[in-house]
Design a protein around this ligand. Structure first.
Ligand code: 76R
Length: 244
């Protein structure tokens, strides 16, 4: 999974010739429509997000089976005339993962679970997620704490599993309202996980995160990076985004 956060060079855009802008929009739409339709690979998903605040204007997110696929999409975007009006502010590389904290989860990982069972389907949806049709997207990177006093990685497995269980109980109260993708980035990026949350009502995200802050898995053991929020948009509306 690649989160690619860009700022738009508004001054350069305003000064560019109409012909140049038309071409940038046309080819930009073509590129973004082809990646959101996953025409470049057998599987995956992509989305385009209009960001709020100073931390970015545009976020492009790709999920693909291999790093080679993602690498190719990065190059292809750089070759579009739209890319030259953007600057990269932040990126995050991570991979989907399914939890081995529950016994059933471990059965799935070991291949001992009936493929048609509900849980197997749930675990597969974690490994091969589809981007939900929700308007708002919140993204932030996080670590599990490694302080001498609170070191997640020093805890015995059972204790971590209990924490994740209580954490999951809070999360499940928001089923349907907030969808999460927790993607692992150890060995790939500067933080251990990427958290991508989707909701139609952003205050549901705020309520969920607030509630989790009191849960030991977050209050004792989590460190957070910066937060980004934005609204998904249809690539066909790129001209409206750039007109603003
Ligand atoms: O996969 C599962 O549903 C099993 C339960 C579960 C695990 C193992 C679960 C459920 N999470 C798990 C693991 Mn989570 N999660 C976060 C954040 O902002 C914060 O305080 C933390 C950021 C949110 C918002 C969130 C939401 N979770 C993890 C891990 C990996 C830990 C490890 O492996 O050591 C992290 C870093 C993490 C962080 N979690 C849920 C949610 C929600 C909404 C659920 C319930 C979802 C559901 O059942 O579909």
């Amino acid at each position: 999974m690649l989160h690619d956060v860009r700022t738009i060079d508004w001054a350069g855009w305003a000064e560019a010739a109409q012909r140049t802008r038309d071409r940038a929009i046309e080819e930009g739409i073509e590129f973004l429509q082809s990646v959101t339709a996953v025409e470049d690979a057998d599987a995956g998903d992509s989305m385009v997000v209009s960001m709020l605040g100073h931390k970015g204007d545009l976020m492009i997110v790709h999920m693909r089976p291999t790093l080679a696929d993602i690498d190719e999409l990065e190059r292809r975007f750089e070759r579009t005339p739209l890319a030259s009006f953007t600057e990269r502010d932040r990126s995050f590389v991570s991979v989907t993962e399914a939890s081995g904290y529950s016994e059933r989860g471990r059965e799935f990982i070991e291949g001992d679970l009936d493929d048609d069972s509900g849980l197997a389907r749930y675990m597969r949806s974690r490994l091969y997620p589809e981007i939900p049709e929700k308007e708002h997207v919140c993204f932030y990177p996080m670590d599990k704490r490694r302080d001498p006093e609170y070191n997640w990685y020093d805890l015995p497995f059972e204790e971590r599993a209990e924490h994740m269980d209580a954490h999951g109980d809070i999360g499940r109260e928001y089923a349907g309202r907030v969808t999460q993708m927790i993607t692992g980035a150890i060995g790939m990026d500067d933080w251990e996980w990427g958290v991508t949350l989707y909701a139609d009502d952003m205050t549901d995200v705020k309520d969920l995160l607030y509630e989790m802050r009191f849960d030991p898995s977050s209050s004792k053991f989590a460190e957070f990076g910066p937060f980004w929020i934005g609204r998904r948009f249809d690539p066909a509306d790129l001209d409206a985004l750039l007109a603003g």
